[in-house]
Write a protein that binds this ligand. Structure first.
Ligand code: HEM
Length: 516
């Protein structure tokens, strides 16, 4: 009897598997295609398939066993990405009620609520608003709070551009970057990673908190340490998030426990870093309160504090996590784009010289480096972004069943865009595998190409785009004006990394001052 029962169960299970296999493998309207999680492998696979025309416009990623059954979709065509990401149903991050509840637990474990009351006091608006209704500018649903955060961000940009403060903040950081390149890199050669990380982080600090640090300031060093710990734990935090999302929440046994069981790697340092980073930002909130001029906000935090008076959905967690998101979004991206530029220029001295001549002529003509006078430099910078796109998009999650240009996307599917596929498609850029410095010069003038889309497209694209483009130009042109770059070690190879297309360690460049 038991034998018959067991056989029936096994037979039913097998039937179920066959049905699933037919549904997901045979009948599924989207093809499956390789999409390795490791960025170096991913870059090679996607570049090759885009190059020989075998990459589908949209596909199910075959990243690990059965992953193509999950309903996830990778978009690999410019027009498709543009249309898909203009839809609010496809503009949410990996977010759910469960993840929200897990965050409530984590804040409790970290003692964040008590910290808010201790630092800001019980009468402060942020204490009264509580944690807030959003996970911050880089996470959560594409809802009204998120849209408002974007509006506040762009409002800050407008105000600071009007007062010339953005350029002042970036120039301050760029001057420090150059000082450190000379101090540390003019003898034996260095990998300038840390220096550019510090430079980009300092721009975020200036823009969001109104502080221009020196790189060796102890507070700034602490900030850099917090950001580093986040990056070191990024992959594990992501795995943790997926575990929380998949398994039911139990009252006592947290998903962190499950995570430790499966992944066996502690989220090293994160449990200490989150409260410290939060404490730093809350201290800045307190300081901003003392100088806040409602008619004349001076940075992003001022603007958020003013907005929180009228909108209780902007709570302490919304604000602290938005500021943290800026540091995370800004630092590894731009610093790696700068690293690729340095190593590529070191391999192309003739490109450096042509940029230098153009920059020098601009200073002679207008006493400063004007973008309009530097078409070749801008073309090189854009080509560097196209040739080595440091990131694909972050994961988007569908909130409805939807079809875009014939591509079916299921509710809750994770959708990502392969920006690499667009930028290495020969139909968009002839000979995409080659670095062609004057690719974007037409009749002697610089011509932007929207298909260089490293900041992504649509409603959930990179909010730092405008700032990053400004920073990229100022850091690069000041660097080329001041130094000749010479490779002393390594070659342009890609590191084994899960999130960022970054050069391998071991690349070194000597920054030889031009004035000596
Ligand atoms: C070379 C530099 C940069 C590149 C290539 C880059 C690229 C990207 C990409 C591809 C996304 C994901 C968009 C999507 O999922 O569709 C993103 C999101 C984001 N970026 Fe950037 N980024 C850069 C610099 C910056 C800077 C300087 C900041 C801040 C000042 C920043 C802040 C953010 C934030 C907060 C998000 C999340 C936006 C959201 O979820 O709504 N990024 N970035």
């Amino acid at each position: 009897m038991l034998y018959i029962l067991l056989s029936t169960v096994v037979a039913l299970l097998l039937c179920r598997l066959v049905v699933l296999w037919v549904r997901y493998e045979v009948m599924h309207p989207l093809r499956e295609h390789a999409y390795p999680l490791r960025k170096d492998k991913n870059f090679e696979v996607i570049k090759e398939a885009a190059g020989n025309g075998t990459l589908p416009k949209a596909f199910r990623p075959n990243s690990f066993p059965l992953s193509s059954w999950s309903g996830n979709v990778i978009l690999a065509d410019y027009e498709l990405i543009k249309e898909a990401f203009s839809k609010k149903e496809l503009s949410n991050r990996l977010y759910s009620e469960k993840l929200d509840q897990d965050m409530v637990r984590k804040r409790k474990n970290y003692g964040i609520n008590e910290m808010v009351e201790r630092i800001l006091g019980p009468e402060d608006t942020l204490t009264k608003n509580g944690a807030g209704a959003s996970m911050g500018i880089g996470d959560g649903f594409y809802d009204e709070t998120h849209r408002n955060l974007r509006v506040h961000w762009h409002d800050t940009i407008k105000r600071l551009v009007g007062r010339n403060q953005i350029s002042e903040i970036i120039q301050h950081s760029s001057a420090q970057v150059n000082r450190y390149l000379e101090r540390e890199g003019s003898q034996d050669g260095i990998d300038p990673r840390e220096i550019f990380m510090n430079g980009t982080m300092n721009v975020v600090t200036g823009f969001s908190l109104g502080i221009l640090y020196e790189f060796d300031d102890p507070d700034f060093k602490n900030l850099a340490k917090y950001v580093r710990v986040f990056f070191e734990n990024m992959r594990n935090m992501y795995v943790n998030k997926i575990i929380v999302d998949i398994f039911p929440l139990w009252p006592r046994m947290t998903q962190n426990w499950l995570y430790q069981l499966f992944v066996r790697k502690p989220l090293a340092g994160i449990t200490e870093t989150v409260p410290r980073f939060t404490e730093y930002i809350l201290t800045k909130v307190k300081e901003h309160r003392a100088t806040l001029d409602i008619a004349n906000p001076k940075d992003f935090l001022d603007i958020l504090l003013i907005a929180a008076e009228k909108d209780s959905r902007l709570g302490h967690f919304t604000i602290t996590s938005s500021i943290v998101a800026l540091y995370l979004g800004a630092s590894d991206t731009l610093s790696n784009q700068m690293r690729w530029l340095c190593f590529t220029l070191a391999d192309h001295p003739e490109v450096q010289e042509k940029m230098f001549e153009e920059i020098k002529a601009s200073i002679e003509k207008d006493s400063e480096i004007m973008k309009e006078n530097c078409p070749f430099t801008r073309s090189v910078l854009l080509e560097n972004m196209r040739w080595h796109p440091v990131v694909d998009t972050l994961p988007h999650r569908a909130t409805e069943d939807i079809e875009v240009q014939g591509v079916p996307i299921k509710n809750k599917a994770v959708v990502q865009a392969s920006l690499t596929a667009v930028m290495h498609n020969p139909a968009n850029f002839p000979e995409p595998e080659k670095f062609i410095p004057d690719r974007f010069i037409k009749n002697g003038a610089f011509e932007n190409d929207v298909k260089v889309c490293g900041f992504s497209l649509g409603l959930r694209n990179c909010i730092g785009k405008q700032l990053a483009i400004e920073e990229y130009f100022i850091f690069s042109s000041n660097m080329v004006k001041s130094f000749r770059l010479e490779r002393t070690a390594g070659k342009n190879e890609i590191a084994n990394h899960t999130a960022i297309l970054m050069p391998k360690d071991g690349n070194k460049v000597r920054f030889i001052p031009r004035n000596k």
